[in-house]
Design a protein around this ligand. Sequence first.
Ligand SMILES: Nc1ncnc2c1ncn2[C@@H]1O[C@H](COP(=O)(O)OP(=O)(O)OP(=O)(O)O)[C@@H](O)[C@H]1O
Length: 499
Amino acid sequence: MAVLVLEAKGIKKRFGGVVALSDGNLRCYQGRITGLLGANGSGKSTISKIITGVYSADEGEIIYNGKSVKYRNPSEARKDGISMVFQNLSLVPDLTVWQNIVLGAEQKNGIFLDNIHAKELSKKILSQLLPDLDINKKISELNPGEMQIVEIAKAISEDPKLLILDEPTAALEQAQVKSLFISMKSLAQKGVAMIFTSHRLWEVMEICDDVTIFRNGENVANIDFAEDERDPERIVSYITGETQKVSSEKKVSENTNEVVLRINNLNYGKILKDISFDLKKGEILGIGGLAGQGQHELMLALAGSFPGLRCEATIMDKKIRLNKPANAIKNGILLVPGDKHLEGLFLNHSVFDNMIFPKMGNQKHPLFVPFKKYRNECEQVIDVLSIKTSNIDMPVETLSGGNQQKVVVGKWLSFDTNVLLLADPAKGVDVGAKRDLYQFIVNQVRDTKMSVILYASDNEELIQYCDRILIMYEGQIVATLEGDEITDEAIVASSMRIK
Ligand SMILES: Nc1ncnc2c1ncn2[C@@H]1O[C@H](COP(=O)(O)OP(=O)(O)OP(=O)(O)O)[C@@H](O)[C@H]1O
């Protein structure tokens, strides 16, 4: 019989008029990994933050190791053995990896800080998670996946009894996810209880012992995989509240042979090398590969972000220069940036302000802004992507992580385009909304014969929606997969160059 470590009972939490949790219940057990699942805005982060003392509950009780607790801040929870890895990273960019790992928990050797111990501890934890990472590097020199791993290492270094991982894998590539899972399994063997949140179901199926599913602020199901089978469809229907099967049917390709965009010999420094491809009208072309192989830079290059770019490009047989964003936009090439924190949002402005921002730069008559029309369009996008907000004038910072991501993507959706560049648009977006987002894009492609270049860090999205996939490795295209060749095994094998 598993030992109960933590129980959250009847948790209620409101933020002004928004009910984040109406009846949140959650149990975690010694040595077990509990998946905390639910659509964007269903209350997952809120209950985790209540457990760790970031927020206080309006009602309800948290029982930890048999005692009722109410932490006033995360450091109180940490002292009691509860650590949380947050969705938004909290590392100090100018400090090194090892300094960040021990920050706040430094040990002393006499009157001096014990740096030798700190470095050894950091190395030991990272030896499992990311052995090649230089612990003397500054955080500002790391890529997002590496930063996320340091954040996880920091939480592990605190020797927690309960570890809460709120979407730790969203920024990780598949190999890093595997290493994280190995670490999580060894922590579980030592008796650590874990709560794991992710929108990628295969991860949940692989790593969790049981799952709790939230919908609209309350838990609607608890499934223990020791008793019930691992049935992803059942889980999806609990998450979305829909009983019908989520279609996993692949879209039938309706692209023509007409080439819209032709790229020849694209080169940018040492980052992008000799890239050539054609994009057909009505095609969804995927860009895959391990993270950090130049995919992101390729998207930026195609959007005209690099003045020093060398490339022969034509759009509908007309020569174009991709050396400034204005050229790309003029020719109907539009980039939907993927990272909500780096590129996308004014957090303290309203959903509406954020949505109309790109339109303001395109105004023919800057003095006459058709606000009514724009508000209607904004409402439509909110509807299509099921963005959870009480109204469009709410500041974006009050939305859940996944709903913020939907605003980033949504604000570009009403533009007329020839080529839509999507850079990991569904990162952190829940299964139901992900399906709606891609369905919207697929419909646009069908109706308008727009073409899409999609970079997705999740191979499932590429497999499900792309007609063709280009695999990148060290800034080059090393493989093209088409039709039946598009499988997870083939993507992984070509990404790692083992095929
Ligand atoms: N600080 C806040 N102020 C106002 N509303 C908030 C705040 N934090 C959360 N909310 C609201 O509470 C609800 C639950 O949000 P929460 O972040 O817990 O969702 P989540 O399930 O973690 O979603 P995601 O999968 O997108 O991360 C959302 O409607 C959100 O807009």
